[in-house]
Design a protein around this ligand. Structure first.
Ligand SMILES: NC(=O)c1ccc[n+]([C@@H]2O[C@H](COP(=O)([O-])OP(=O)(O)OC[C@H]3O[C@@H](n4cnc5c(N)ncnc54)[C@H](O)[C@@H]3O)[C@@H](O)[C@H]2O)c1
Length: 377
């Protein structure tokens, strides 16, 4: 297979000093995969790669920029499928070529979702997978994340799901997760920074450690995600003139208006919009769009509806909603505060995600998906 400009996807995702070894043989052993070695400056190396007959999915090692993954835009997935077909002749497999409506914006793109094991993240992973994306679930919850990836892969769809254990509050962990993603899919097109935590309380109640925890996951965690993926996306875009990368933060309506006795969360979300706007200004020249999506309350998700620890139960017990006798009463009260009369759902958020990816002429936006509860001025 001769690589063309368009068929090259690459990512500089591990710096040599982070690999702890520079001997390609040792790296090969560590990765458990064969890698070819090219030496010299990036441009020269690319010439060498193009004139060599590198195989799809082969990994190459370049001394001054690290490790690159190769794959064909046409579809590495199709190749995999061909193998599966050979191995399981007669099996009722789907057509490798997706129907036209799936071609854009998600078909065969590689989408990583932090916090993808549960809640919004899980729902987003499921829907994007259904629309043809390869999804990488990055989460601290190994059990649920691995279970979800396994379940999606059972669909025998040509696209694939993968779970990588990752903690967004650690830059190293995120860099490793991106590394794993590139090894598997040879690229990363969309990063959805979704993992988030909430600790509510008044200024007197909320302890410093809780404030730090929320800040570390929601604010610093978003920075860690962006820091880890930008080198990969920049390189991908460098070698494909029409390629765009997308970084999407799942923010909140609490990133647009203050939230009473919930300042740690709201502050971290406001700050996330500051990061999105600033990254957007910096990264558009490399064709990386950065946008935030600000959902309203996800009443059907575990944060609100968990029968033991969900917010509805907590609010009922705390008597937060005057006159409420059941969980349903509490829920109705919160639904009545939304002009659209219901909570935000996964499909509402996914529509916004698809818009952001499809729209090439917008970046740095914070898009409310709140049923009219929060309106931009
Ligand atoms: N639930 C809502 O009503 C609501 C509303 C608006 C915005 N949001 C935002 O949506 C996002 C998802 O919220 P949710 O309600 O689905 O949450 P959730 O608690 O249901 O799920 C969060 C997921 O993130 C994972 N996670 C937590 N800390 C992590 C870390 N350090 N590294 C990696 N993964 C981690 C968890 O294991 C879990 O799988 C958050 O950013 C949240 O702020 C939620």
């Amino acid at each position: 297979m001769i690589m063309s400009e368009h068929s090259l996807k690459s990512g500089s995702f591990v710096r040599l000093d982070q690999l702890h070894e520079s001997d390609p043989e040792k790296i090969t052993i560590r990765l458990g995969r064969t890698i070819s070695v090219f030496r010299g400056e990036a441009e020269k190396v690319l010439q060498q790669i193009k004139s060599s007959k590198a195989d799809i999915g082969e990994y190459i090692f370049i001394e001054d920029i690290g490790l690159l993954g190769l794959s064909s835009n046409k579809s590495k997935v199709e190749q995999k499928l061909a193998t599966v077909r050979q191995e399981s002749r007669g099996a009722d497999l789907p057509e490798p070529v997706a129907s036209p409506q799936f071609k854009k914006p998600l078909y065969n793109r590689v989408v990583a979702i932090t916090g993808g094991a549960m809640g919004f993240g899980e729902g987003i992973a499921r829907q994007l997978f259904r629309e043809g994306a390869n999804v990488v679930i990055m989460d601290i919850n190994e059990k649920e994340g691995a279970r979800l990836a396994g379940e999606l892969n059972e669909h025998r769809s040509p696209n694939r799901a993968m779970f990588v254990k990752a903690d967004v509050s650690s830059l190293e962990s995120m860099q490793n997760a991106v590394f794993e993603c590139i090894l598997e899919f040879s690229g990363l097109d969309v990063l959805i920074s979704n993992a988030g935590v909430l600790k509510a309380g008044s200024i007197e109640e909320l302890e410093e450690k809780d404030f730090d925890f929320v800040t570390q996951v929601n604010y610093k965690g978003y920075y860690n995600c962006v820091k880890a993926v930008v080198p990969v996306m920049k390189l991908q875009n460098r070698y494909s003139a029409s390629n765009f990368g997308d970084i999407i933060q799942i923010n909140s309506k609490s990133g647009l208006v203050g939230s009473k006795k919930n300042f740690a969360y709201a502050g971290s979300k406001f700050a996330g919009i500051g990061l999105s706007q600033s990254f957007a200004l910096e990264l558009i020249e490399d064709r990386i769009k950065v946008n935030a999506i600000c959902p309203g309350n996800f009443f059907e998700g575990p944060l609100w509806s968990d029968p033991e620890n969900g917010l509805f139960v907590q609010y009922l017990k705390a008597g937060k909603v005057p006159g409420a006798k059941t969980i349903k009463d509490v829920k109705r009260h919160y639904e009545s505060m939304v002009p659209a009369g219901r909570g935000c759902r996964v499909e509402d958020v996914v529509k916004a995600i698809k818009y952001v990816i499809d729209q090439e002429y917008e970046t740095g936006q914070a898009i409310p998906v709140t049923g009219g509860q929060v309106m931009l001025s």
